[in-house]
Design a protein around this ligand. Structure first.
Ligand code: DC
Length: 228
């Protein structure tokens, strides 16, 4: 089998990873893998079972009841399938994001998801985003980019995103949640969010989406030819 191209994008919550990665994947013809959505699906499952994300005994007891599938529709959009149910929309709340951040610290959860992510990258050219893609999941990724922005800019973007969807959004509350998530994701013992040594850092605080896409294509073109 040909060696596949893999582009690893890591960074904190709300840095724009998924918006950017989805668009880049479409333009480059790669498969977009949103690994945060996989952790959110785990969090959603335990939420339905009434198991708190810190309750490791409850997680151990029920984890074998969980099956996770990933499918792609005709537009290349990733769908998360939990025990046969499409939960793609259900997992996209602030609350599930917060619970995913806590539940993802457990080794039993991370181990369960590691092979699934690696196998996808063996089969397809991928743009995979998350927290530990360049450091743990795909340490030999073709290109590694660390996408970041100040907490204030990320909170402002998330506020506008939620408002555009007609959801209630309080900037101060979102900023606090983002700071809390940054702390949890960077301070856990296993696979914490950190920049891989061979990663290129891109701060998007002062860039719009087109600016970020252009900068990323420049980074990718240095390692992958031809790049669009
Ligand atoms: O990217 P996101 O906000 O959808 O991710 C939700 C949580 O999942 C995030 O706060 C931490 C966890 N996560 C992780 O631990 N490792 C990944 N590769 C992706 C997400």
């Amino acid at each position: 089998m040909d060696k596949k191209i893999s582009i690893a994008i890591d960074g904190p919550a709300g840095a724009g990873k998924s918006t950017i990665a989805r668009r880049l994947a479409r333009e480059l013809g790669y498969r977009y893998v949103d690994t945060g959505a996989i952790y959110r699906t785990v969090a959603y499952f335990f939420d339905l079972w009434g198991v708190a994300p810190k309750d490791i005994d409850g997680i151990r007891r029920y984890i074998d009841e969980l099956t996770i599938g990933i499918s792609y529709d005709e537009n290349g959009v990733q769908h998360m399938i939990m025990n046969g149910m499409d939960v793609t929309e259900d997992i996209r709340t602030q609350e599930i994001g917060q619970k995913a951040s806590i539940i993802s610290a457990h080794a039993i959860v991370r181990d369960l998801l590691l092979d699934m992510q690696r196998e996808t990258a063996e089969k397809y050219d991928v743009i995979m985003d998350g927290r530990d893609i360049g450091t743990v999941v795909l340490p030999k990724a073709t290109v590694k980019i660390f996408l970041t922005a100040s907490a204030e800019v990320r909170a402002q973007r998330r506020t506008e995103e939620l408002q555009a969807k007609g959801q209630k959004a309080d900037y101060q509350k979102i900023l606090k949640e983002i700071q809390q998530r940054d702390y949890q994701d960077t301070h856990r013992d296993i696979a914490p969010l950190k920049m891989a040594r061979d990663s290129v850092k891109l701060d998007t605080s002062d860039l719009d989406i087109d600016g970020v896409i252009a900068a990323m294509k420049d980074i990718i073109a240095k390692k992958v030819t031809p790049c669009v």
